[in-house]
Design a binder for this molecule. Structure first.
Ligand SMILES: *[C@@H]1O[C@H](CO)[C@@H](O)[C@H](O)[C@H]1NC(C)=O
Ligand SMILES: *[C@@H]1O[C@H](CO)[C@@H](O)[C@H](O)[C@H]1NC(C)=O
Ligand SMILES: *[C@@H]1O[C@H](CO)[C@@H](O)[C@H](O)[C@H]1NC(C)=O
Ligand SMILES: *[C@@H]1O[C@H](CO)[C@@H](O)[C@H](O)[C@H]1NC(C)=O
Length: 200
């Protein structure tokens, strides 16, 4: 019984931080591009684009066998990830634009990073038969620039198949090798199941 109560308790702690936030997963939105529809996937304390939503996650052995099943990269609103680890995991956009998230057990965000700044943007398709839809885009407070870009990973890392990372366009964003997206399309997960114990 004791072992079982641990994840339940921490789930309710995470819930307190994020109780009012709608759960969502996201895909890249850029009709006509091969990036359109690719999942926003947690990988390496930042977010990659992937054809499947198979995030990098961790669950300590002490929690077994009560580790939650990984259900994908699930956000609780735009400001946090839907995790069970005590303290939760917050999202941010670095000064240079990289969309990232905090390590478990740490509230550290890089100096100058933005917390918040994600806003809704309505896309009106050129084809009149299609309905307008809403995507999320990044607009730093007071900034004259904004938007979401997918930038190629420049150095080979541990995520062999990953080739793009998500950036918010900040005033200091200066990469010129990126694909400008219309935004990130939010999707409501089929259930309210936790996304993962923690993302890594
Ligand atoms: C995780 O998935 C397994 C296999 O589908 C299932 O038996 C189990 O009940 C699931 N656990 C939770 C906590 O949903
Ligand atoms: C975007 O719009 C949806 C639906 O109206 C709303 O639930 C959500 O909070 C909005 N997101 C932001 C970042 O404003
Ligand atoms: C936004 O701009 C206003 C007016 O220039 C300024 O007073 C305020 O400090 C700025 N806020 C931030 C967060 O930069
Ligand atoms: C882009 O920004 C980074 C860090 O802010 C800086 O080191 C680099 O020199 C800048 N590159 C260009 C071309 O301005």
């Amino acid at each position: 019984m004791l072992a079982k109560s641990l994840p339940l308790l921490s789930a309710s702690l995470a819930l307190m931080d994020t109780a009012t936030a709608a759960l969502l997963s996201m895909t890249a939105s850029l009709p006509g591009s091969t990036l359109d529809g690719q999942f926003v996937v947690a990988a390496g304390q930042s977010f990659a684009l992937g054809k499947t939503d198979t995030p990098a996650t961790y669950c300590p052995t002490v929690v077994e066998p009560n580790c939650p099943n990984v259900t994908g990269t699930i956000f609780a609103g735009t400001g946090a990830l839907w995790v069970e680890v005590p303290g939760g995991q917050a999202t941010y956009v670095t000064k240079e634009g990289l969309f990232g998230f905090t390590q478990a057990h740490s509230a550290f965000v890089p100096v100058g990073a933005y917390q918040g700044g994600w806003v809704n943007k309505t896309i009106i398709p050129e084809c009149e038969e299609e309905e307008p839809y809403t995507v999320l885009t990044f607009q730093a407070y007071n900034a004259t620039v904004g938007g979401v870009s997918a930038c190629p990973v420049t150095s080979p890392g541990d995520y062999g198949s990953v080739s793009y990372k998500i950036y918010g366009v900040t005033p200091q964003f200066n990469r010129t090798d990126c694909v400008e997206l219309d935004g990130l399309l939010p999707h409501t997960p089929p259930t309210n199941a936790i996304g993962a114990w923690q993302y890594t």
